[in-house]
Design a protein around this ligand. Structure first.
Ligand code: 5AD
Length: 479
């Protein structure tokens, strides 16, 4: 039976784990660099490190995938992406599918494979490995991850619940994640620092930056109260570079404002998480743009996309290319690129103001978890397009003419009049004129980069067609 402090585990999983002292010994004796060290070095250097997502069902296939990515892509941090059954604690279904058809799993079922195989993967590659998933209750997964020697773990009680689960009460996911974070606190006291990445990407669809940052800051505060010392705050690339840079650069500032001083915070960029262009060349350009945004925004880490994104889970080759393109954007090759700093400054002012208006009332309450639950119930906290009945999703996001994501409707978010006015001014829309077309407008905002693809194709076609047309219509042109 497991004796991991703080975690209440399903007995079947607990029974398979080694003793706590053995796990601690294994982690402390590991000669590998830990994720926190890689992030510190990246932050000191001022260039983001690159990390892919990757996970397949079979153990042998997972070994091959990790070694291929490491040898050919040279990412600084590697990933094990976990399958959906395991995310939802359906360990029996994970085991059955693994036996019948490992390729039918959309990730690596770590709990089913167990900590011995986990350690094998850990020791197989030089790069430290992060476990990425989407579990509203990750306790068993975290236990097996830790026993495997993985000291980097994604997710939080809000961000891995509301975007993914239909009806898991927030109080329940927050309580489960609090156990994980308290165990991280116990580890930190013995010098083992677990990097806890927060998934500010949320539903990945037109998430207003202040919603993303507010959710992460509240989770970060909860985690740091539980004892977590290292937090990676992930922000999803929206696509308007000044807004994205403002958001990334705000992360350390807001962390200083709202989190205890001893907590290390690293800004992370998730390359565009919305609908991706199908044309691999256009996708590659967007991936390069993502890397550049991460670099300009001062991210410590960037999670790359691949040019197979529009089709689903990428193969190793596409992932290697995605890692390399992203890494290229983080070298000095593009150091000449400058943005309009005055625009970034203006974005920063309003963004930080919006975040303050969202988080400060919640942080002022005596019980943070209860305050978060209440705020989502009332709609004072909200996320657009949530899968969950526990968020109202009354917020209506909309891109302005520059592509920046604004609030067309702020629902019940407690924004001040100046904040609401600024959003209105940026959008400069007459709501009445939109009413019939709103759904089309939002669809087109969601398809922002797919339309960029269509535009670029149209432009190329027009250039190609041009000589023919002038030959036909030009002076003296005979028909
Ligand atoms: N391997 C690689 N990428 C994955 N994603 C989801 N599962 C996996 C996996 N097993 C990626 C999707 C998308 C993002 C949400 O995660 O392709 O880019």
């Amino acid at each position: 039976m497991s004796d991991l402090p703080e975690l209440d585990l399903e007995p079947r999983v607990a029974a398979m784990l080694p003793p706590w002292t053995e796990i601690m010994q294994y982690i402390r004796k590991s000669p590998k660099r830990q994720t926190v060290e890689v992030l510190r070095a990246a932050a000191a250097r001022g260039r983001p490190v690159v990390q892919p997502r990757c996970g397949v069902g079979g153990h042998g296939e997972m070994r091959t995938l990790l070694t291929t990515l490491e040898q050919r892509g040279r990412p600084d941090i590697l990933t094990i992406t976990i399958d959906s059954f395991t995310r939802l604690k359906q360990f029996r279904s994970a085991a059955q599918t693994l036996q019948r058809d490992p390729a039918g799993l959309n990730g690596y079922p770590l709990v089913t494979h167990g900590w011995r195989r986990g350690r094998e993967l850990n020791e197989l590659v030089d790069a430290p490995i992060e476990v990425r998933h989407g579990s509203p209750d990750p306790r068993e997964l975290f236990a097996v991850a830790l026993a495997s020697g993985f000291t980097s773990f994604e997710g939080g009680g809000i961000d891995y619940n509301l975007p993914y689960s239909k009806d898991v009460p927030l109080a329940r996911s927050l309580a489960a994640w609090a156990q994980v974070d308290r165990l991280c606190g116990v580890l930190a006291e013995t010098g083992v620092i677990v990097d806890r990445e927060l998934f500010g990407t949320l539903t990945a669809v037109l998430v207003p930056p202040s919603v993303s940052l507010a959710v992460c800051l509240l989770e970060a505060r909860a985690a740091s109260l539980a004892g977590v010392r290292c937090l990676s705050v992930a922000y999803p690339q929206g696509g308007e570079v000044h807004q994205d840079i403002a958001a990334l650069r705000s992360i350390p500032v807001l962390a200083r404002r709202y989190l205890p001083e001893h907590v290390e915070v690293f800004p992370v960029l998730h390359e565009f998480m919305g609908v991706f262009p199908r044309d691999p060349d256009v996708a590659d350009a967007l991936i390069l743009y993502g890397g550049l945004t991460a670099r300009l925004g001062g991210a410590a880490k960037v999670i790359n996309k691949t040019n197979q994104e529009a089709r689903g889970i990428p193969d190793a080759e596409a992932n290697v290319a995605g890692i390399r393109t992203t890494a290229l954007a983080c070298t000095d090759l593009l150091d000449f690129v400058r943005v309009d700093e005055a625009t970034v400054e203006e974005e920063t002012y309003w963004l930080q103001r919006e975040v303050a208006e969202l988080v400060e009332p919640v942080l002022a309450a005596p019980d943070l978890s209860a305050a978060i639950v209440e705020a989502f119930t009332d709609g004072r906290l909200d996320i657009p397009f949530s899968a969950s009945v526990h968020a109202r999703s009354e917020v209506i996001p909309k891109r302005d003419s520059t592509g920046a994501i604004r609030y067309l409707g702020a629902g019940r978010l407690p924004f001040s009049r100046p904040t609401l006015r600024r959003n209105e001014q940026c959008l400069r829309v007459d709501r009445a004129s939109l009413s019939g077309r709103l759904i089309d407008e939002i669809r087109s905002d969601i398809n922002f980069f797919v339309q960029a693809e269509t535009r670029s194709q149209a432009a190329r076609l027009a250039t190609r067609a041009a000589p023919t047309r002038s030959a036909v219509t030009g002076p003296g042109g005979a028909r």
